[in-house]
Design a protein around this ligand. Structure first.
Ligand SMILES: N[C@@H](CCC(=O)N[C@@H](CS)C(=O)NCC(=O)O)C(=O)O
Length: 213
């Protein structure tokens, strides 16, 4: 049985859970960090202690994009998360964009609020978040998903990234395409499940979770 070390409020955990739920992949959910035994085991197998981490018959797979690639290669379900060819290259690029330019730029504000970061990092991150929003507004398709008609790895990355980033810097009404894409993501059944399962943990959000979502 596959094991996934994850947490319901963790954005990168959502990114793994969404495709696993969509594919109907069976796995044991090992919640961290609250469960001390699970957390000790996570740190033993992946000393950085970051999650999610997948364990497949003793093989440890970290980094959620790699987890999804592993699942697609070895536990394929009905969905294709990373298509072949040019479309696949676009999907991979957008996956990097949502992780690095959206999540990566919102994290400093969260870290600073938790007393772990510094003001300049937060300021720069907030500024870059608006650059990322503007880029997405100019480059996303008018409808459908990030790379076209099919919900892919790029959307698995986008859903938690845009869900939480909007809590830090609102996308606002000046970016109607991006705002509508976020709304479509939140209406997707597996994303909606992730939002609901995370709801009890909203007090964890150090900047105060808004009640609009
Ligand atoms: N680059 C990693 C990021 C994983 C990550 O930062 N996870 C966060 C939770 S969303 C975490 O483990 N935070 C706890 C920590 O850093 O100790 C990935 O793509 O999987």
């Amino acid at each position: 049985m596959l094991q996934l070390f994850a947490h319901p409020f963790s954005s990168y955990s959502w990114k793994a859970l969404i495709p696993m739920w969509a594919d109907g992949t069976e796995f044991e959910y090992r919640q961290v960090p609250e469960d001390e035994a699970n957390y000790a085991e996570l740190k033993r197998i992946w000393p950085f202690g970051k999650f999610p981490v997948l364990v497949d018959d003793g093989q440890v797979i970290a980094e959620v994009t790699c987890i999804i690639e592993h699942l697609q290669a070895h536990h394929r379900g009905p969905n294709v998360w990373i298509p072949d060819g040019e479309l696949g290259r676009r999907v991979r690029f957008l996956d990097r964009f949502f992780d690095l330019y959206v999540q990566g730029n919102m994290q400093p504000a969260v870290d600073h609020a938790l007393g772990k970061g510094y003001a300049y990092g937060e300021e720069l991150g907030r500024k870059n978040l608006h650059i990322a929003y503007d880029w997405l507004e100019a480059n996303l398709p008018d409808g459908g998903w990030a790379a076209g008609e099919t919900f892919t790895l790029a959307d698995c990355a986008a859903a938690p990234a845009l869900f939480y980033a909007d809590w830090i810097e609102q996308i606002g009404d000046t970016r109607p395409k991006l705002k509508a894409y976020r709304a479509r993501l939140l209406a997707h059944p597996q994303v909606s499940r992730a939002v609901e399962e995370a709801r009890p943990y909203r007090p964890y959000f150090p900047l105060g979770a808004p009640d609009r979502d």
